[in-house]
Write a protein that binds this ligand. Sequence first.
Ligand SMILES: [Ca+2]
Length: 185
Amino acid sequence: MKQVTVDFDESLIIDCFSQGQVVMVDALPGTISKIVNEKTEIVVPAGEYLCTDFEVYKGFCSGSKEDLNQSGGFLTIKSEPEGSYHYSEWVVGFELPGNKCNALKVLFSGKYSTWRSQSIYAWDYALNTWGRVDYRTLTPSLNSFEFPLDPKKHISSEGFVELRIYVYSTQAFTGFYDMLKLKVS
Ligand SMILES: [Ca+2]
């Protein structure tokens, strides 16, 4: 909540009401005091952040979220057949101690039993939908890479970030996920 005093203007009052904000007329002629319900912006300290949870929607999983926290030890997901394709689909959640930063990146390291094209989506809190943020083919050797997210779209007002990892193929496969973190700078 923030109180500001602005020059009196009828259109401003109407506009404030239309946004669900509270407007109070001040005792001083020609001015009003406006109570604004501002979105609180909390800056996330620079550093690396580990996932808080994950959920597998398609595929057979072994391992835990701790496997994603550092190199060595894999979270593995074996694809699940459905119709004439094999799928793996899982969602990883992060909880940042804030909702604003200048630069946000995903750090990923993993491989597949055989070459597979992997899509990573991030939940877009502005559009309320998944948006694809990375697409590449991963090899059976460890693939380590990073890519940016948009802090304005991909962090909720409560500091949540969600990533969805999606792969499908005509042939069965297994994903070996070594590391999945966020980096804030
Ligand atoms: Ca690991």
